[in-house]
Design a protein around this ligand. Structure first.
Ligand SMILES: Nc1ncnc2c1ncn2[C@@H]1O[C@H](COP(=O)(O)OP(=O)(O)OP(=O)(O)O)[C@@H](O)[C@H]1O
Length: 653
C-alpha cells in the first residue's frame, strides 16, 4: 500500500503508539511515487488544464483556487479516476489505513477511560481558596447511592482530570467556570455535585407528598441548560443513570417534542431539570416550572449558550424569571472552548468563582489524529466516495466504525446524503430543518450502525457522545475554529483514539492559521502547504485569534494576581487579548443551523434560531421565539413507534 496521494498533506502521527517517535512517514519511504493529481514540472495547480468542452475546466482549479494548493489538472485527474479500482484504492489508502489504528471497540468496558492518555495534562486553576483536587472517587463524599451507581452502573473506576478538579470545587459550594477537552467527562463533573447536593437537601421530590395533578408547579432544585435538543436528551439520560435508585427525580424539557408528555412528567415532581432555553421559557411562562428554589445552575457548552444572540435569552432565564441571584445559588459553566469575551459575560452569573482549565483550553485532544487534505470544492464528492470505498474495503466502515460527515448547510446535508445512498453508502442526516422525531431517528440509526454514515450540520457538533465514531470528516470546514474543535471532538472520546479529516480548499483560508495552531497544540503536524493560506489570510487570522483557544485562560488573570497553578505542569502561555465581540459581530457562524445568514446576527431558524413566527418546530429552542411554542405534533401516530420517548428512554428506571 502506498501513501502516494498525500506527500505533504500527510504528516504522519501514530495513534496511541508512544514508542514511535522515529516513525518514518510512508511518503518519505518511497519518494519515487508521484502523488495522485500532482503534476510534475512547474504547474501543480492544474492551470494548464485544456479546455475540453467542460467550460471552465472542472478540475482545473487554477482559476478558482488562485493557483494555490495541490489542485490536480483535469487530464491527469480524469485519467486516474478511470484507472482500475486498485489504483484508486492506493490513493485513499493512507486515510483508511489510519482507521486501523483507531481503537474502535472498547475491549474491556469495565476499564472505562484510558487514563494514561491524560497523564500529562496541564491544569490551571485560579480564584481564591481553590479546593484541592482528588485522585479517587472514594476521597469524595458523594453518598452511598451515587457512589454505587458510579461504580456499578457507569463502571467509572477513577475520576477523569476534569472530575478530579471540578468535583471538589463544586462540592465546596463554589461557583465554577471550567474548560476541558471534548470527551473528557464534563457531564459527570457537574452532575455528581448537583445530585449530591439534592440528596443532601433531604427534600428530593420523590420524598415529598404527591403533586396535586395539573395544579402544581414544579420547583426544581437544579437546572441544567444545554444548547441543543439532542444534547439535552443525552444529559438527561446520563443524569438518570447517575440518579438510579437515589430518589432524585430528573426531568427534561426540550423543543420539538410534544410538550404534553414533558408537562406530565413534571407532575411527579422534579429535582433536576435538564432543558433547552426555548422550551424552558415556555414551561415557565405556562407556570409549570418555577425557578425560585434553584440552588444549582449548570450551563453545558456555556460559551455557546452565552454566544452572540443567545445571551439575552439566558439572561432572561437566569436574571428575570425568579431564579435566586449569584451567591444564593451555585453556578457552574462548562465547555471545551471559552473565549475571553464570553468569560466576561459569564462572570455576571457567577460569584467568587473558580476558573479551571484542564488541558489546553479550546484545543483538541491529541487522541484525535487530525489530517487536512486539499480538496477542490468540485472534487469533494469524488474524494469522499473514494475514501469511503477504501474505508469499507478495510472493514473500517460499519456498525463498529461510524463516520460523521459535517457540512455547512442543511440543503447540502440532504443532497450529500442522497448521493451517498445512491452510490451504496447508507447514510442519514441531522440538521435543523428536520422535525425532532426525524433528528432523533437519524441519530439512533447512526448509533446502531444501520446507517454508519451521518451527514450533519453544526447542530451535531457539540456534546454528543456517540460510541464508535471512528472518523469525523469536515466535508465543509466551519468558519470558526471552535466549531472545528467541537466537531472533531465527536471522535477520540473517553481516552480512545479517533481520526478527523478536513477537506480544505482556498475558500477556507480564513481558518488556516487557527487550524494550523490547533493542530500543533494537539501535537499534530499541519501540512506545509497550509502555510500559504496562513500568510495570505491576515483577516482570518485576526478573527480566529479572538476565538476560544486564545481566550483559554481565566480572563481575570490579567488583572487578578491571586491566580496560581494547581499543578507543577501548569502552563501559563498567554494567547493575547481576545477581541471576540468586535470581531464576530459580522458574519457570525455562517452555517445553516447556527445561522449567521441574515445580516450577520441571525442564527438560522432552527436550534439557535431567531424564531420565524415563533410557532414552528424548528424555531424555538433558542432565542428570539415570540410565543415560544415548540413543535407539537398533530398526532402521536406520526411518530410511528420511533418517537423521541423510545429513544430517550434508557431503561434506567
Ligand atoms: N470517570 C470516568 N471513567 C470512565 N468513563 C468516563 C468517566 N467520566 C466520563 N466518562 C465517559 O466519557 C465519555 C465522555 O464524557 P462526556 O460526554 O461527559 O464528555 P464531555 O467532556 O462533556 O465532552 P464534550 O466536550 O464533547 O461535551 C462518556 O461516554 C462518559 O460516560
Amino acid at each position: 500500500m502506498s501513501y502516494s496521494y498525500f506527500p505533504e498533506t500527510y504528516a504522519e502521527k501514530p495513534v496511541r503508539q508512544p514508542g514511535r517517535s522515529n516513525y518514518n512517514p510512508p511518503h518519505l519511504r518511497d519518494e519515487n511515487i508521484k502523488p495522485f493529481g500532482y503534476q510534475t514540472g512547474s504547474s501543480r495547480t492544474g492551470s494548464q488544464a485544456p479546455n475540453n468542452g467542460r467550460g471552465r475546466g472542472r478540475y482545473g482549479g487554477g482559476g478558482r483556487g488562485g493557483g494555490r494548493g495541490f489542485v490536480p489538472g483535469y487530464n491527469e485527474v480524469d485519467r486516474q479516476f478511470r484507472e482500475p479500482y486498485r489504483r484508486t484504492r492506493d490513493q485513499y489508502d493512507a486515510l483508511a489505513e489510519k482507521l486501523n489504528e483507531v481503537e474502535l471497540v472498547d475491549e474491556n468496558p469495565s476499564m472505562g477511560i484510558n487514563f494514561d492518555a491524560y497523564e500529562d495534562i496541564p491544569v490551571e486553576t485560579s480564584g481564591s481558596d481553590v479546593p484541592k483536587p482528588v485522585n479517587t472517587f472514594s476521597e469524595i463524599d458523594l453518598g452511598e447511592a451515587l457512589n454505587d451507581n458510579i461504580r456499578n452502573r457507569c463502571k467509572y473506576v477513577k475520576p477523569t482530570p476534569i472530575q478530579r478538579h471540578a468535583i471538589p470545587v463544586a462540592l465546596a459550594g463554589r461557583d465554577l467556570m471550567a474548560c476541558a477537552q471534548t470527551g473528557s467527562g464534563k457531564t459527570a463533573a457537574f452532575c455528581f455535585p448537583i445530585i449530591n447536593g439534592v440528596l443532601k437537601s433531604q427534600s428530593p421530590a420523590a420524598s415529598q407528598p404527591a403533586f396535586r395533578r395539573r395544579e402544581m408547579t414544579a420547583h426544581p432544585l437544579a437546572l441544567i441548560l444545554s444548547p441543543t435538543r439532542e444534547l439535552c436528551c443525552q444529559i438527561h439520560e446520563e443524569a438518570r443513570k447517575f440518579c438510579y435508585q437515589t430518589g432524585v427525580r430528573v426531568a427534561v424539557a426540550y423543543g420539538g417534542a410534544p410538550i404534553g408528555s414533558q408537562l406530565r412528567s413534571f407532575e411527579k415532581g422534579v429535582d433536576i431539570l435538564v432543558a433547552t432555553p426555548g422550551r424552558l421559557t415556555d414551561v415557565i411562562e405556562r407556570s409549570k416550572v418555577s425557578l425560585t428554589r434553584i440552588k444549582y445552575l449548570a450551563l453545558d457548552e456555556a460559551d455557546r449558550m452565552l454566544d452572540m444572540g443567545f445571551e439575552p435569552q439566558i439572561r432572561k432565564i437566569v436574571q428575570c424569571l425568579g431564579m435566586p441571584p449569584p451567591g444564593r445559588r451555585q453556578t457552574m459553566l462548562f465547555s471545551a472552548t471559552f473565549p475571553e469575551q464570553i468569560q466576561r459575560l459569564a462572570s455576571d452569573f457567577l460569584s467568587n468563582y473558580v476558573f479551571l482549565s484542564v488541558g489546553r483550553v479550546g484545543s483538541s485532544t491529541d487522541l484525535i489524529l487530525q489530517k487536512v487534505v486539499y480538496v477542490d470544492d468540485m472534487e469533494k464528492q469524488d474524494y469522499l466516495r473514494n475514501l469511503l470505498h477504501e474505508q469499507k474495503a478495510k472493514g473500517n466502515l460499519g456498525k463498529n466504525a461510524l463516520t460523521l460527515v459535517f457540512v455547512e448547510t442543511k440543503r447540502g446535508a440532504e443532497s450529500l446524503k442522497h448521493w451517498l445512498c445512491q452510490i451504496g453508502f447508507p447514510a442519514s442526516t441531522i440538521h435543523g430543518d428536520k422535525v425532532q422525531f426525524e433528528r432523533e431517528r437519524a441519530l439512533q440509526l447512526f448509533k446502531n450502525g444501520v446507517t454508519p454514515i451521518l451527514v450533519a450540520t453544526d447542530v451535531a457538533s457539540r456534546g454528543l457522545d456517540i460510541p464508535r465514531v471512528a472518523h469525523v470528516i469536515n466535508f465543509d470546514l466551519p468558519k470558526d475554529i471552535d466549531s472545528y474543535v467541537h466537531r472533531i471532538g465527536r471522535t477520540g472520546r473517553a481516552g480512545k483514539s479517533g481520526l478527523a479529516t478536513a477537506f480544505f480548499s482556498a475558500k477556507n483560508a480564513s481558518i488556516a492559521k487557527a487550524l494550523s495552531e490547533v493542530m500543533k497544540e494537539a501535537h499534530q503536524e499541519s501540512p506545509n502547504w497550509l502555510a500559504q493560506y496562513i500568510d495570505g489570510s491576515s483577516c482570518g487570522d485576526r478573527r480566529y485569534r479572538s476565538s476560544s483557544r486564545f481566550g483559554g485562560r481565566d480572563y481575570r488573570s490579567s488583572t487578578n494576581s491571586n491566580s496560581y497553578s494547581a499543578d507543577n505542569n501548569s502552563y501559563s502561555t498567554g494567547y493575547g487579548a481576545a477581541d471576540y465581540g468586535g470581531e464576530n459581530g459580522g458574519s457570525g457562524y455562517g452555517s445553516a443551523d447556527y445561522g449567521g445568514a441574515t445580516g450577520g446576527s441571525g442564527y438560522g431558524s432552527a436550534d439557535y434560531g431567531e424564531a420565524t413566527g415563533g410557532s414552528g418546530y424548528g424555531s424555538a429552542d433558542y432565542g428570539g421565539a415570540t410565543g415560544g411554542v415548540d413543535y407539537d405534533p398533530p398526532a402521536q401516530a406520526e411518530y410511528g413507534g420511533h418517537g423521541y420517548e423510545s429513544i430517550v428512554a434508557g431503561g434506567w428506571e
